[in-house]
Ligand binder design. Structure first.
Ligand SMILES: CC(C)(COP(=O)(O)OP(=O)(O)OC[C@H]1O[C@@H](n2cnc3c(N)ncnc32)[C@H](O)[C@@H]1OP(=O)(O)O)[C@@H](O)C(=O)NCCC(=O)NCCS
Length: 183
C-alpha cells in the first residue's frame, strides 16, 4: 500500500529518476545527477530552516514528494508536490496531498503539525495541480497575473489556501509515518 514517510538521503536515485521523467520538473529545482539529488533532499528536509518533505512511497520506492516550508512565527506552511511522470494520473498525489495537509493542520496534541494555514501556487496551465489542491481541501484565493515568463509567454499563477477550520475534504487517505514536529 502506498504511504507517506520522511524523505531520506537514500531516496536520491528515485528523486533523480523523477526529475529525469519530465522536462517540466526543472521548475521544481535543480537535480541533474545523484549529488544534486542529495543536495535537493538535504535542502527539502532542513528542519532548522523550517523544511519538511514526505516521500510518496510505493513498495519501498519514493515516486513522489509532498513538501512543506514553514513560517513558524505565523504558523503558516508553503505546500508543494510532485510525482514521477509514470505514476501520475492515478489519484496517488491527490490522496497523498490530502493526507499531508490534514496532518499539517491537525493540533500538535493529536500528533499533527499544529499549523493554522497552508498555501500553494501553481501555473494556470497546470490544471492537474489545481485538481490536487482542490481535492486536498484548498480553496482558490487569487490570481497572480502574468507572474512567470515561460518560453516567451507570460503565465498566471493561481494561489490557494487551506485554513485549520476549513471543511475537511472527503476522499481517501494513506498511511502517514512521521514523528516530525513543525513548531
Ligand atoms: C501536479 C502533479 C503532482 C499531479 O499529479 P497527478 O498524479 O498527475 O495527479 P492526477 O492525475 O491524479 O490529477 C489530480 C487531480 O487533477 C485532476 N486533473 C487532472 N488533469 C486535469 C485537467 N487537465 N484539468 C482539470 N483537472 C485535471 C484529476 O481529475 C484529479 O482530481 P481528482 O482526484 O479529484 O479526480 C503532477 O502532474 C506533477 O508532478 N507535475 C509536475 C510538478 C508540479 O507541477 N507540481 C505542482 C506545483 S505545486
Amino acid at each position: 500500500m502506498p504511504e507517506l514517510r520522511p524523505l531520506v538521503t537514500g531516496d536520491a536515485p528515485h528523486v533523480l529518476a523523477a526529475f529525469h521523467s519530465d522536462p517540466a520538473m526543472s521548475r521544481q529545482g535543480e537535480v541533474s545527477d545523484l549529488s544534486t539529488a542529495e543536495a535537493y533532499i538535504r535542502a527539502a528536509t532542513d528542519t532548522g530552516a523550517g523544511r519538511l518533505a514526505f516521500a510518496v512511497d510505493v513498495g519501498g520506492s519514493s515516486v513522489g514528494l509532498v513538501g512543506l516550508s514553514i513560517d513558524r512565527a505565523n504558523r503558516v506552511g508553503w505546500f508543494f508536490y510532485w510525482m514521477h511522470r509514470e505514476h501520475r494520473g492515478r489519484g496517488l498525489m491527490t490522496t497523498a496531498a490530502r493526507t499531508a495537509a490534514d496532518w499539517a493542520l491537525a493540533p500538535t496534541d493529536q500528533s499533527g503539525g499544529g499549523l493554522h494555514r497552508l498555501e500553494l501556487g501553481h501555473r494556470r496551465n497546470n490544471p492537474s495541480s489545481g485538481g490536487v489542491a482542490r481535492a486536498a481541501g484548498f480553496i482558490q484565493e487569487g490570481v497572480e497575473r502574468e507572474k512567470f515568463l515561460i518560453a516567451g509567454a507570460r503565465v498566471d499563477v493561481l494561489t490557494w489556501g487551506r485554513l485549520r477550520d476549513d471543511p475537511v475534504p472527503s476522499g481517501g487517505r494513506m498511511m502517514i509515518n512521521t514523528k516530525e514536529t513543525l513548531l
